[in-house]
Write a protein that binds this ligand. Structure first.
Ligand code: N01
Length: 642
């Protein structure tokens, strides 16, 4: 979305900007841009084991040498009229990629990365068909449920493909989770160069990890730029969707904010309702008896004045770890009730603005922003996957699942020990005893320890027995009196597609079928529910912090592929084969058991009430991309239309 400008700055300006660069992706970007592969010096290549450290673990000497090379290359590029070299051959591109990731073999990734990086602005995931060209006379419409990140994406692709659609959104604006979560400190924990649509990149993100308002603006502007607003019905909640095998259509029942109910017919329904939007309130006895103010983090109540108040926070997950540091100084006393401590990944730039020099590089060195995206994609995605997989030969341990995972545990333990060095009484409470990545790894830049170490904060690990009219009682019988209780207790993540009622073929009820254990083929299609497509559906969540936008882009392409299939031939409905669906899920379950989050018995929202990991994708990002590039008609029962 932001254009690259020609370089007119002086050598000194360039030198100053490069001094602020994220160095590991810089030499690959310049090799790509200038065609000069001699920039890829072996001695300056990042070590894959250290890629999670600042500057990929490069030493000061390596950084200085890499910067000097980069400055010369940028000056030459400027003097040459800021004209990029011709695109590299596949062999050269592969070489640059393998260098960028510290030497891993990347041949399988080449086509994915060319697409994911959208170098030079092209959009390789756009639909390859237009309805007017392949089925101008076929009446085919789509209902998309939700105008969050995935729903906007689905709308954009349907619009590009000329397929008529409507997006139904219960809120008053777009943005989904970024619209609903407004708690103090709410921000993305995946760097924005990665957490953004591949085809709508910004080079000018103000922060490395954007706050909620910045992300909401991004999604709002995407809705405008993609010209989607006229397709969205706001304040319209979907109550039910019912399939007719006779008409091969869904009937979607909606209710508007003023209570008006209506039905809409469509050939296909795309659910883009997300996983993390129905607050989960803990089942603690007496919860309703509390007489003070109380609210959930996802329904932050700004009318409650926290200044000077005695405030209890229940939960220490991703949301609480973001808002507790924001409120700790203002409240009178803060009582943090922690059941399981989180692992924290040190992230010094977590709250930092992108420096002017770095911003300048992103907007003047073509492809640097994309190579940075690639660097993040790799080091926070498939690059770390081996570190969270169970090594069957690893001496069974509750606290780690392999030697690399144990190395991660030691590094993260060191971080916590340093942060709490002056409060040894807290160390045993804050250091987790479960393997890194068995729960979501959170980011920290020191604010967590500072909040917990305040004189006015108590970290309470005694389990909660009940809630009374005056406060929280722990199992030791102590009543902790408070004015306010804030629930940072997460979401009903495994109740996919609730509270909608979804009725498929032969009157099948989706929630009865799932019976609390949601499954889908590739997270997208469900046997007995033809032409129903889920985005961010079962087993498409990621634990190590890749970008969920990637999954949605893959999923939407697959759905558009299914629609293409239906429009081209005489078939108008597709229903995934049960054997294909079951076999896929068995593989997913087996692999999830081999991952830290499946092997460990620690609590997490990744597991449903039956203990099955219903949330997570256990394989590589590459595999999801490969499997969703296009639907295989053999996976489906296809039904001819009228
Ligand atoms: O929810 P959570 P969240 N008694 O389920 C505790 C995304 N997100 O809202 O760990 C006492 O992680 C529970 O304890 P335990 C992100 O994907 C992203 O924080 O189960 N405590 C835990 O501490 C994230 O993973 C961002 O033992 C109880 C907490 O409540 C997901 O949303 C920011 C309890 C719940 O933590 C959910 O995060 C925020 C009870 N009865 C959220 N019941 C980004 O940065 C629950 N708990 C992008």
């Amino acid at each position: 979305m932001t254009a690259i400008e020609p370089i007119t700055e002086s050598d000194d300006d360039i030198r100053a900007a490069v001094g602020e660069a994220e160095v590991p992706p810089l030499l690959p970007a310049l090799a790509y841009l200038t065609g000069d592969l001699s920039l890829l010096r072996d001695e300056l290549r990042p070590d894959p084991l250290l890629s999670g450290l600042p500057q990929g673990g490069l030493t000061d000497d390596q950084l200085a040498a890499a910067r000097a090379l980069a400055v010369d290359a940028i000056i030459r590029f400027r003097d040459n009229g800021s004209r990029p070299a011709p695109l590299p051959s596949d062999t050269d591109l592969l070489r640059i990629m393998e260098y960028a990731v510290g030497g891993a073999a990347m041949a399988d990734y080449l086509p994915l990365l060319e697409e994911e990086l959208a170098f030079r602005g092209e959009d390789r995931r756009a639909p390859t068909f237009h309805k007017n060209d392949i089925a101008p006379d076929v009446d085919f419409t789509v209902v998309v449920i939700g105008a969050g990140m995935s729903g906007l994406l689905a709308g954009h692709r349907l619009r590009q493909a000329g397929v008529p659609f409507v997006i139904l959104e219960k809120d008053t604006d777009v943005g989904g989770t970024w619209y609903e979560n407004t708690y103090p400190g709410c921000r993305v924990d995946n760097p924005n160069h990665n957490y953004s649509y591949s085809f709508a990149q910004r080079h000018d993100w103000p922060l490395h990890f954007s706050t909620q308002d910045v992300l909401l603006d991004y999604f709002r502007s995407c809705a405008d730029v993609f010209e989607l607003r006229d397709h969205i019905r706001f304040q319209t909640e979907v109550l039910s969707a019912t399939w007719s095998q006779q008409n091969l259509r869904w009937t979607v029942r909606t209710r508007t904010a003023d209570g008006h109910e209506e039905t809409i017919e469509a050939n296909a329904v795309i659910s883009a309702v997300g996983q993390l939007n129905r607050p989960s309130y803990p089942n603690i006895p007496g919860r309703d008896s509390f007489e003070g103010a109380t609210f959930h983090s996802a329904r932050w109540d700004r009318d409650v004045d926290l200044r000077g108040a005695r405030v209890a926070v229940i939960g220490t997950g991703a949301s609480a770890v973001q808002f507790i540091p924001e409120i700790a100084a203002a409240v009178g006393e803060l009582l943090v009730f922690q059941r399981t401590p989180p692992w924290l990944g040190p992230t010094p730039d977590y709250h930092e603005e992108v420096s002017p020099g770095l911003k300048w590089l992103y907007s003047h060195v073509p492809s640097y922003s994309e190579w940075n995206r690639f660097w993040i994609f790799w080091k926070m995605g498939d690059g770390v996957l081996p570190g969270v997989r169970v090594d069957p030969d690893w001496e069974p341990q509750a606290s780690s699942v392999s030697a690399i995972n144990d190395f991660m545990r030691m590094m993260l333990t060191d971080y916590l020990s340093t942060e709490f060095a002056d409060r040894p009484d807290l160390i045993s409470k804050v250091v987790p005893q479960y393997p890194p990545a068995a729960k979501r790894l959170l980011r920290d830049n020191g604010v967590w320890a500072r909040a917990l170490k305040r004189d006015t904060t108590q970290l309470i690990t005694e389990p909660i027995r009940e809630i009374t009219s005056k406060g929280v009682v722990t199992v030791d019988g102590e009543e902790h009196r408070v004015d306010v209780i804030i629930y940072g207790t997460g979401f009903e993540a495994s109740k996919f597609l609730t509270p909608m009622r979804v009725t498929g073929r032969d009157g099948l009820d989706l929630h009865e079928e799932w019976n609390g254990d949601a499954r889908a083929y590739l997270g997208i299609t469900i046997p007995g529910f033809p032409n129903l497509f889920c985005l961010y559906g079962p087993n498409t969540n990621i634990v190590i912090n890749g970008s969920i936008i990637y999954f949605s882009e893959c999923g939407v392409r697959y759905v558009l592929g299914c629609i293409d299939l239906l429009l081209r031939g005489e078939h108008r409905a597709l229903d995934v084969r049960k054997d294909v669906h079951d076999e896929f899920n068995e593989r997913v379950d087996a692999e999830n058991r081999m991952m830290a989050w499946g092997a460990s018995d620690v609590n997490s929202w990744y597991k449903n009430d039956r203990g099955r990991v219903a949330q997570n994708w256990p394989f590589t990002l590459l595999e999801y991309w490969q499997r969703t590039r296009a639907p295989d008609p053999d996976d489906y029962e296809l039904v001819a239309g009228n």
